[in-house]
Design a protein around this ligand. Structure first.
Ligand code: FE2
Length: 172
C-alpha cells in the first residue's frame, strides 16, 4: 500500500494547497484574476449608481443596490481567497482593475432610474457572459473552482432579473 500517490502529489503541486498541477493552477488563477477585477469594478459601479440615481423610483433602486454591493464584495473576496489557495497572489489594486478591464467604463453620472437600470443591465450581461465563460474554462481543470463560479453566476443572474423587473414596471 502506498501512502503517498506520487503521481498526484509531486513537487509540482507543492505550495498550491490543491491537487492541481502548476500549469492548471496558473490557468485557473489567470481566469479568476480577471473575474476578481470584474467584480471589484462591479461593486464600485453599483455604489456609484446608488449615489447618482434620481427620479420617482429613486428610493427603490437606491435601496435595491446595497445588498448587491455586499454580495458582490463577498464574491470578490471568495475569488481572491481561491487564488491564494491555488498558490497565486490576488491583485485587488485599482491598477489591476484597469489592467484587466476588457469592458467599457460606466458612463452615466446623475441620471434617472430607468437610464441607470438600462446601463446596469448591459453591465450585468457582460459580467454574466464572462462568468459563464469562466465556468467553461475551469470545469475540465478544476470543478471545485467551477462550482464557486457557478454559484456566483446564479446570483448575478437573479439580480439581472431584479433589473429587468424594474424596467418592465417603468415601461408600463
Ligand atoms: Fe448609501
Amino acid at each position: 500500500m502506498t501512502l503517498i500517490d506520487h503521481e498526484h502529489h509531486d513537487s509540482e503541486n507543492y505550495g498550491t494547497g490543491t491537487g492541481l498541477s502548476r500549469v492548471d493552477s496558473q490557468t485557473v488563477i489567470a481566469t479568476l484574476q480577471e473575474r476578481l477585477s470584474a467584480l471589484n469594478d462591479l461593486h464600485l459601479t453599483l455604489k456609484h449608481v446608488h449615489w447618482n440615481v434620481v427620479g420617482p423610483n429613486f428610493i427603490s433602486v437606491h435601496e435595491m443596490l446595497d445588498p448587491q454591493v455586499a454580495l458582490v464584495r463577498g464574491y470578490a473576496d471568495e475569488l481572491a481567497e481561491r487564488i491564494s489557495t491555488l498558490g497565486g497572489s490576488p491583485d485587488g489594486t485599482p491598477d489591476a482593475i484597469e489592467k484587466d478591464r476588457s469592458w467599457d467604463n460606466y458612463e452615466l453620472r446623475r441620471a434617472p432610474a430607468q437610464k441607470h437600470l438600462a446601463a446596469l443591465d448591459a453591465v450585468y450581461a457582460g459580467i454574466i457572459a464572462s462568468h459563464r465563460a469562466a465556468i467553461d474554462v475551469t470545469g475540465p481543470i478544476d470543478p471545485v473552482t467551477q462550482d464557486i463560479v457557478i454559484t456566483q453566476t446564479a446570483e448575478l443572474e437573479k439580480f439581472q432579473w431584479f433589473i429587468h423587473a424594474h424596467l418592465a414596471r417603468d415601461a408600463e
